[in-house]
Design a protein around this ligand. Structure first.
Ligand SMILES: Nc1ncnc2c1ncn2[C@@H]1O[C@H](COP(=O)(O)OP(=O)(O)OP(=O)(O)O)[C@@H](O)[C@H]1O
Ligand SMILES: [Mg+2]
Length: 381
């Protein structure tokens, strides 16, 4: 039987930990990376530093270049230009089987008629790991993925979640410095996916190796990662810790892609130390911002305000306040989501629900508003 594709690729010892520089065991440094396929630029000048033992997620919409970036790191694709360093060593022109990385694919690429043991052993045999050591490593990997004793099961007799774990074990036994995951959970159902997210995160901490994880699901990215790199159209939009991306998005794209938000667009009409007034279509909006020193009166800016940072009340005395009418009301358990009509625009508002909270109803006339600290100013670049 032949594998339709090589399930894992990884390596031997050309780059081993002892030779690592002070950039650390499993660090990846990408500089000005480009990949062109005929007339498509899949990766367009990407620079990104991934620390050793970090869990970093590449997040972005379909076609933005996530898989291509991962394949470039693994050596499955060759860069058009730019450099990739692993453990401080330039691996840009080193083939996949000489890089100490291993990839877990979305489609598991297991051999269905072989046993778990045979599937996991495959990559080790390719690298001439002796039998006794193979068996020991496989036993350990199966414990790690919480399927101890599964060596003799046929892959065809496993559930989807178990198959995905075996695919991970097959990569883990190779003891790579960097494990690469390309949407490994997307074919699992929601509850299994959530369980596996937590397990993967725990596994990463236990293994102490670098995980680079690709997803287009922002909730998954926030749940699992130390840091998230948001990609758009082949380039990096922003990289940061999950709360930074959510609370301080630096572009409209990031604000929209990570969570839901309300946008305001206008021109700066006043600046006073850290406070500025934005002359927007909805009226004057007063905000505090750390970015006032990068702004001048007359500059156009955007403001993003998260739904949970907008208040509704019978009467508000915040500086940014509008009279409004409640539109759609969606009960979500711990919170209620409202569409709130202010003139001809609609705000998205979320209100925390407690047992004692009385929800607003469609057609209610109330005030809607937010404080000067509620929004994040985005420079118009
Ligand atoms: N082998 C290839 N030949 C030609 N074009 C390619 C090739 N691989 C990828 N592309 C193109 O490069 C761009 C980026 O593709 P890539 O697979 O990296 O996206 P992605 O972010 O992983 O998307 P998805 O979330 O849908 O998996 C796309 O426009 C895609 O069509
Ligand atoms: Mg992809």
């Amino acid at each position: 039987m032949r594998a339709s594709k090589t399930p894992t690729m990884s390596s031997s010892s050309s780059i081993n930990a002892d030779e690592a520089t002070d950039e650390g065991h499993g660090s990846v440094v990408i500089e000005d990376l480009r990949k062109e396929f005929d007339d498509v630029t899949a990766v367009d000048g990407l620079s990104l530093e991934i620390e050793a033992e970090e869990f970093l997620t590449l997040l972005g919409p379909s076609g933005c270049g996530k898989s291509t970036t991962l394949r470039l790191i693994s050596g499955l694709e060759t860069a058009t230009s730019g450099t990739i360093k692993i453990n401080g060593e330039d691996v840009t022109d080193i083939p996949a089987n000489k890089r100490n990385t291993s990839m877990v694919f979305q489609e598991w690429a297991l051999f269905p008629h072989m046993t778990v043991q045979e599937n996991i052993a495959f990559g080790l045999e390719m690298r001439d790991v002796p039998k006794a050591e193979r068996e020991e490593r496989i036993e350990h990997a199966l414990e790690l993925i919480e399927l101890p004793g599964y060596q003799d099961r046929k892959v065809s007799q496993l559930s989807g979640g178990q198959k995905q774990r075996i695919a991970m074990a097959r990569s883990i036994v190779l003891e790579p410095d960097v494990l690469l995951f390309d949407e490994p959970l997307s074919s699992l159902d929601r509850s299994l996916r959530q369980t596996m997210q937590i397990e993967l995160k725990n596994m990463q901490e236990e293994l102490g190796i670098t995980f680079i994880y690709v997803t287009h699901d922002q909730e998954e990215a926030l749940t699992m990662s130390n840091r998230v790199a948001v990609m758009n159209d082949g380039h990096l939009e922003q990289v940061g810790e999950t709360y930074e991306l959510y609370e301080h998005p630096q572009s409209e794209f990031v604000a929209n892609f990570v969570g839901e938000t309300n946008f305001f667009t206008g021109v700066v009409s006043e600046i006073d130390v850290k406070t500025l007034v934005i002359d927007a279509e909805e009226g004057d909006i007063r905000v505090e911002s750390e970015k006032t020193d990068q702004l001048s009166v007359g500059d156009s800016v955007h403001l993003t305000v998260r739904p949970e940072d907008i208040e509704i009340a019978d009467s508000l005395d915040t500086p940014n306040r509008w009279e409004c009418t409640i539109g759609d009301v969606v009960y979500k358990g711990s919170f209620i989501q409202y569409d709130v009509d202010v003139g001809d625009r609609t705000f998205l508002v979320e209100q925390q629900m407690r047992k004692t909270t009385t929800p607003r109803e469609r057609g209610d006339s109330v005030d809607v508003g937010f404080s000067v600290e509620a929004g994040e100013v985005i420079l118009d670049r």
